[in-house]
Design a protein around this ligand. Sequence first.
Ligand code: 2M8
Length: 439
Amino acid sequence: PVAVSDPSAELWQSAARVLDTNWSGDHMVPSRRLYPHQWSWDTAFIAVGLAFVNPARAWRDLRSLFEAQWPDGRVPHIVFDPATAEDDYFPGPGFWNVPAYAGRRARGSTGIVQPPLHALAAWEVYRHAAAHGAGGVSEARTALAWLYPRLVAQQEYLTDRRDAGGSGLASIVHPWESGLDNSPAWDEALGNVPADLALLERFPRRDLAVAHAAHRPTDLDYARYIGLVRNYRDGGYSDTDLTQRHPFAVECPAFNSILGTAELALAQIAGVLGLTGDARRHRDRARDITAAIARRLWDPVTRTFRARDARTGRLSPARCVSGLLPLMLPDLPADRVTAIMEEARSERFGLPAPSADRTAATFDTRRYWRGPVWINVNWLLRRGMLVHGLRGEAEELRRAMLRLVHEHGHYEYFHPETGEGLGAPTFSWTAALCLDLLA
Ligand code: 2M8
């Protein structure tokens, strides 16, 4: 047993407490005040940590999310809690007004997605099941068998319906789909999106009632976010002819790296379920996605990965943390691995990596995804280091992340210079990923 004064033991206990507080019976909320519903990729990060302290909740959380999956395979980015008032979060279920064909559970959801990290999360929870005895293993196998066809449908939706650019990559139709909401990576593409600021007068922002305006996206961003939801919604959430019908369709390097990683996790899961042919197909798809990322999102001049606007074909000029995440892919060519590590180590980033280039004019130390350090993307980056055998760098990053959370708390994000905690103070994925980093 570890003494309670041991900083790791303290951190472990505080992280487990955050996850207890944020559990809502059949799902986890990211934070009680700011995000009182279930978010898609949060569920995946959270499962990675729950694997150590409460795997039954990890499976329950994933199940709650996938029960709201649409018949076309899309997994909604938010599943609204019917017990929470409509005006506790904006835009709420009334604004999304999801069509009846989405199914009974999905009626209380949004119609956009988030990065498909769930296959990796399911694999991670399964991998740790043996530590919870024979019961844990059989629970994990049952959960994997239930999830597998749903995870496959999620991938097929993204690789088929969302290949707006015909490039073998998935496009996001809203910055919220990236999870990196107001990243400078979208600035140029968002320039084509009409901003109807009068909309915000009719639908006031709920986030500003519970968070600091300087730490959140601007009103201009929000006007565009709401306009994009309205356009996609009014088109019945259809993905046909996206580049003509929708003003925002972008190939994100982080989203697509997670898409490729999901195929590799599905190959492992298929192996456990005895589906050898499927496993081979998933590995082939991962290779194809990796090749498409290396071809479409690489800029040979700056030697960086960047987002590509599927409507104009242009690469975004912004260098963001999303461009470091192709490191997660094992088949990434060695020269690209070297370039990513050089970029990560350069004055533009450093470890733990801020969400955007420190030297850019757009860098903003407090504004959400435009500068602050986030634990989830650094956790993904560290995973990439381990995939490529960069053990020393991975260990350095692990320690830096734990130091940040130990000194400042389980915050949603952190000031990239002072480490000050920003956003929600007891944030689920920060706590969950700390458990994984400590284990
Ligand atoms: C943030 O996004 C939501 C919209 O989806 C918001 O700002 O209200 C992002 O940080 C996203 O990555 C995250 O999943 C979500 C909940 O934690 O909050």
